[in-house]
Design a protein around this ligand. Structure first.
Ligand code: GLA
Length: 388
């Protein structure tokens, strides 16, 4: 991949200084969904597919960006002095947003850059492709601008800030953090209230992680995501009138039961209950994994799905059908919708011996119930952002 990308780079940007190649993965999340903006825990891992980028410094003050995935956008060019968001730049707004954020954080971006991107993350899956582009761009800036005091965690935080302030998507820290900090054969048990984390070994010798693309187009995700976020913030405010907490993630299910009557709307009670119980499930799941209890882990994944469906209402018919079909199969330890929701994919843990029948049967039944053809990816855990 490295040499191929360098060859393409020289073909597109012309001969000149050598380019370096960088990689940032995509991410999956085993459990802990919609907890990362509620001060709760998440349990994601980086995977082996992601975004590659070849880059070199320019002699002027311009950004020149090209993606092999979006040749129709052509070469995106912008001066460092005006990196404002432009609709027509499409995907290119993600890297532009990151460069802009670095500049706004007083990082010295001393010259322009040529960057060629290539991603092997399937479109529409919801496994962090935009965060992957952002983090790889952050790594390029760190390396090519000599920003040695910028850490990978800083890159994750700047990527999140770019999403919030430049793209307009108020996402949590899970995606960029995992993509920057992932570690092969490990999941990250991350406490989003203070960014403390532990790498938990994930040596699945008898099982595989399968991501299933529902092929249901995700629509109005941003609007509905922001709505959930606002509902949780409102519920938190109502609870803070009787209990001194900073985040919903600080509550146990038992304490929540006692104070929930302070939340005036039944919908907000449901949203907050998901945030609280999902956080507790995530803590329990990591404990179960520590003891090698994958059965319990899978049960908690299943419970997570029900809570996302019923309390948080971010699932959809297609995701529910995929999960239901998975639950009906032998050899499936757990299955649930993954990511923001409203379409996208599910994550399942399946015994090795059942993988083929899972793909065949779930695929067939899903197609006959929805008319859609699901796609299956057996994923491997991988490392976080790196120079290749
Ligand atoms: C999206 C966001 C994440 C997280 C998930 C839901 O992927 O980018 O920050 O909130 O949804 O868990």
């Amino acid at each position: 991949m490295r040499q191929q990308l360098i060859d393409k780079f020289l073909e597109i940007f012309g001969e000149g200084d050598d380019a370096n190649v960088y990689f940032a993965p995509g991410r999956i999340n085993l459990i802990g969904e919609h907890t990362d903006y509620n001060g709760g825990h998440v349990f994601p891992c980086a995977i082996t597919i992601g975004t590659y980028a070849a880059a070199r410094r320019r002699k002027d003050q311009e950004l020149h960006l090209y993606s092999l995935n979006y040749p129709e956008n052509g070469m995106i060019q912008a001066p460092l002095s005006d990196l404002s968001y432009r609709q027509k730049d499409g995907w290119g707004n993600y890297p532009k947003g990151v460069v802009q954020t670095f500049i706004s954080k007083n990082c010295r971006v001393s010259c322009g850059l040529d960057i060629l991107y290539y991603g092997d993350i399937p479109k529409g899956l919801g496994i962090g492709s935009s965060a992957s582009i952002e983090v790889v761009t952050g790594l390029i800036l760190k390396e090519l601008m000599g920003l040695s005091d910028i850490s990978l965690v800083d890159i994750a935080l700047f990527s999140q800030l770019a999403e919030h302030e430049y793209i307009g998507m108020s996402c949590g820290i899970m995606d960029p953090f995992t993509i920057a900090m992932g570690k092969k054969d490990h999941a990250i048990f991350l406490d989003t209230s203070d960014l403390s984390y532990v790498y938990a070994p994930l040596l699945l010798s008898h099982e595989k992680i399968i991501i299933t693309n529902s092929q249901k187009k995700r629509s109005a995700v941003d609007t509905r995501y922001h709505e959930r976020r606002a509902q949780c913030a409102e519920a938190l405010k109502e609870l803070q009138t009787v209990i001194a907490i900073r985040d919903l993630g600080e509550l146990t299910a038992e304490v929540f039961e006692k104070v929930q009557e302070m939340i005036a709307s039944p919908v907000r009670v449901c949203r907050a209950r998901h945030a609280v119980t999902e956080n507790q499930r995530t803590i329990q799941a990591v404990e179960a994994l520590k003891h090698g209890d994958l059965f319990e882990f899978g049960q908690l994944m299943n419970a997570s799905h029900l809570s996302l469906k019923e309390d948080y209402e971010v699932s959809c018919e297609e995701l529910d059908i995929l999960v239901e079909e998975a639950w009906n199969m032998d050899g499936v330890l757990g299955s649930r919708m993954m990511g923001a929701g409203f379409g996208g994919c599910t994550v399942s843990i399946v015994e090795n011996s059942a993988v083929n029948s899972f793909i065949q049967k779930v695929g067939e039944n899903y197609q006959s119930r929805t008319g859609l053809q699901a796609e299956f990816y057996v994923v491997e855990t991988g490392n976080g952002a790196t120079v290749l």
